[in-house]
Design a protein around this ligand. Structure first.
Ligand SMILES: Cc1cc2nc3c(=O)[nH]c(=O)nc-3n(C[C@H](O)[C@H](O)[C@H](O)COP(=O)(O)OP(=O)(O)OC[C@H]3O[C@@H](n4cnc5c(N)ncnc54)[C@H](O)[C@@H]3O)c2cc1C
Length: 438
């Protein structure tokens, strides 16, 4: 029997974790190096009072095939702790309410029927949204040249309330980028994958646990029982080369001999590690072209009896964009108010922001008591800005150095910065390494 090969994965975000799982289940000994003291990266557990919440409330959809398969692998033989619900969106505004729910029809009829039956829009607006979807389907959800989502919506006369309560919340939720900057090409990819193939693709998928219990916790056991190691608090500080071939890693703890490495660090961290290597100048140039958008999550702890009556609602006209009820994670009374992308909220101190968010919530739910506690998480580089033309600059997993691959949500998956983008990229890098090992 040939002895197992050995691969180093640098970075324990979901891209690195997915790569590690794919390698380990193919008889590869993985050494996973993570700079911080915990796994999960931008999708990790953080403490709030005596419970674990997430560094930002995350939502998945049924079209996240690789992510759902990863959860299946890590939680076998039990079902992964997630809840799936058919697409249903409620948006509240001071002047109107908007509601859309997908009926049990095959895709894409479920979307078309949902739009036609939506409440809160005029008949003309609903017809206009329908026309837009049909036109995009005719064009196979692709464009000759990338433009902004704002420009695309303008061309198809998606104005006023239609944009305010449908397209803008969808764009911010999926691309975390304002309409004027956001890439229509990436937005259309998301719409195509979520709405056109199977009805279940548009399901909303919620974790029933905090994100730490969903992937990082079971992963450690998965890797270690297959002969690998998970090393926390070990930052990779430099790559070592022998000509055009990778030969090792320097870390904050010890040097490692390494002939195959997946760098699953964020674009800016990968840039620092590759910028001095002459063969990686093109990659370094691509990595330096990314810029970033924040996501701010305000957790509010109400009495356990307080409930939204549904898992999430959207809000427009204030700072709060989405309000999640974490009752579904076994945390009754904990609400997560999510604010995507740059905006004035980033200039407010936490106390003022909490006051605004609480008052916005009270205006829609006047019978709720005041929250007992709050906790604000600001992730300044939550996602890359998914700007026009971004796909042309996103690098592939292979690099110009033998033995070095990259992974991360920013790589060339066609997806915005999401869990699915990260997992897909990790899987792709792992499969490229496995091919190289054959
Ligand atoms: C607040 C917030 C809300 C979000 N909401 C959603 C959502 O609802 N749905 C969704 O699909 N996506 C969401 N996302 C996006 C999603 O979380 C990210 O796209 C995904 O987690 C990125 O994973 P990654 O592995 O590519 O990168 P990261 O998670 O950034 O992982 C990189 C890892 O590398 C480590 N590292 C860096 N440098 C080094 C080094 N030198 N040596 C060793 N380790 C290093 C870091 O510590 C980190 O753990 C959200 C993100 C945030 C921040």
């Amino acid at each position: 029997m040939t002895p197992p090969s050995s691969v180093h994965v640098v970075g324990g975000g979901w891209a690195g974790l997915a790569a590690a799982v794919e390698l380990a289940r193919n008889n590869v000994h993985v050494t996973l190096l993570e700079a911080s003291r915990q796994l999960g990266g931008r999708a990790r557990r953080v403490p709030f009072d005596d419970i674990g919440v997430d560094n930002g409330q995350h939502l998945m959809i049924g079209a996240y095939r690789e992510t759902l398969a990863l959860l299946q692998a890590l939680h076998a033989p039990n079902a992964p702790p997630v809840l799936r619900a058919p697409l249903s969106l409620t948006l509240l505004n001071a002047n109107y309410g908007f509601r859309l729910a997908a009926p049990r029809l095959p895709a894409p009829l479920h979307l078309l029927a949902a739009l036609l039956l939506a409440t809160g829009l005029s008949f003309t607006q609903r017809l206009s949204a329908l026309n837009f979807c049909v036109a995009m389907a005719v064009h196979k959800f692709s464009l000759e040249q990338d433009i902004s989502v704002a420009e695309l919506l303008k061309r198809y006369r998606q104005h006023g309330r239609l944009t305010e309560c449908l397209w803008e919340p969808l764009c911010l939720a999926t691309l975390n980028t304002p309409l004027e900057l956001a890439s229509a090409e990436v937005f259309l990819t998301v719409l195509r994958d979520a709405f056109t193939q199977a009805r279940g693709d548009s399901d909303l998928v919620f974790s029933k646990t905090d994100l730490g219990a969903l992937v990082p916790d079971p992963l450690v056991d998965f890797i270690e029982t297959r002969g690998g190691h998970v090393l926390l608090g070990e930052r990779v500080t430099a790559l070592q080369f022998d000509g055009d071939t990778l030969s090792g890693l320097e870390t904050s703890v010890q040097p490692h001999r390494a002939s195959r490495v997946i760098l699953a660090t964020p674009a800016y961290a990968t840039h620092r590690l590759v910028q001095e290597q002459p063969r990686l100048q093109q990659l370094a140039g691509a990595l330096s072209s990314f810029d970033y958008q924040p996501i701010c999550t305000v957790y509010l702890k109400y009495a356990p009896s307080v409930s939204l009556g549904q898992m999430l609602i959207g809000m427009t006209g204030g700072f709060t964009q989405w309000l999640f009820d974490r009752g579904h994670c076994g945390q009754p009374g904990i609400m997560a108010a999510v604010i995507s992308a740059h905006g004035n909220h980033m200039n407010l101190d936490n106390e003022t922001l909490v006051r605004h968010v609480t008052s916005e919530i009270s205006s829609h739910f006047p019978h709720w008591p005041l929250p007992l506690r709050n906790f604000v998480v600001r992730e300044k580089r939550a996602t890359f800005t998914c700007k026009v033309g971004i796909n042309a600059t996103r690098p592939d997993e292979a690099t110009a150095i033998n033995g070095l691959w990259i992974a991360g949500d920013y790589t060339n998956t066609g997806y915005p910065a999401t869990l699915e983008g990260a997992v897909r990229s990790g899987m792709r890098a792992a499969r490229a390494v496995l091919m190289n090992l054959r």
